[in-house]
Design a protein around this ligand. Structure first.
Ligand SMILES: Cc1cc2nc3c(=O)[nH]c(=O)nc-3n(C[C@H](O)[C@H](O)[C@H](O)COP(=O)(O)O)c2cc1C
Length: 229
């Protein structure tokens, strides 16, 4: 049985922090599909590095055109930095570094280098001025191509950039997906889930990490559990 939800927030969904459902759609907490977490580094006007913990974004493209699409709230330092410098770097941190990732949110002053202040090390990029985060096992250097609001009046903006260089740590250079996922320790943002039928909620967000990789094809390329006719 499926529950069909109308696009109107039920009155019994109570905010557990002020403005929660103005800042984010209530459906985000009902649907609660995890997004991978990453740090976006940019350059501040004074040349210091800015680090922004994000989870609304994806990578896609064809041939040598590999693009990064990120959603940024207007008013964040990252928003102004990208419009001024027209570049950013996507850095995928490991679970062991999650306290440092959250520290980037609190070390947010213009006078500090947020990568260093949060306990990470900076690393020189190859194609952009913005530094990379050294501890991240994957870094993607990106140049801005376009930006647009999610919809009229939205504070969310989509930024699309072409990936101009990629750096991958030796520890995840393997063709074995299990080994790669184990070493990458990628984090997923799991929203504090809300029950849309009665308003019960868990509260804070959680972090997910993948602990199972299921092989669905045999070595001959055939599906494992079912055979194509
Ligand atoms: C798990 C998590 C995911 C987040 N994802 C995003 C995101 O995708 N886009 C965004 O604009 N802010 C996101 N934020 C909020 C920013 O990390 C936060 O506002 C940050 O301090 C802004 O930094 P800045 O002003 O230096 O750009 C996220 C926060 C957390 C805790």
């Amino acid at each position: 049985m499926k529950h069909e939800l109308e696009m109107t927030k039920p009155d019994y969904l109570i905010e557990d922090w002020p403005d929660k459902y103005n800042e984010f759609s209530w459906l985000e907490y009902v649907v609660s599909v995890p997004n991978s977490m990453f740090l976006v580094s940019t350059l501040k006007a004074n040349g210091n590095a800015n680090a922004n913990l994000q989870s609304w974004g994806l990578l896609l493209g064809e041939e040598d055109e590999y693009w990064s699409l990120i959603a940024i709230k207007k008013g964040q330092h990252t928003y102004e930095n990208i419009l001024r410098e027209r570049e950013w770097c996507i850095n995928y941190p490991s679970y062991k570094d999650y306290p440092k990732c959250f520290e980037t949110i609190y070390s947010n002053g213009t006078s500090v280098d947020e990568i260093i202040k949060s306990g990470f090390e900076i690393e020189k990029s190859r194609t952009i001025k913005t530094p990379r985060i050294k501890e991240s096992l994957i870094n993607l250097e990106c140049k801005l191509k376009w930006k647009k609001p999610l919809y009229d009046r939205s504070n969310w903006y989509l930024f699309a950039g072409k990936v101009t260089h990629v750096a991958i740590d030796d520890s995840i250079i393997t063709s074995d997906p299990k080994e790669r996922i184990k070493n990458l320790q990628l984090m997923y943002n799991i929203r504090g889930t809300v029950n849309p039928l009665n308003g019960d909620f868990y509260g804070p967000n959680s972090i997910g990490i993948i602990d199972t990789v299921v092989k669905i094809f045999e070595d001959d390329g055939q599906p494992k559990e079912w055979k194509r006719k």
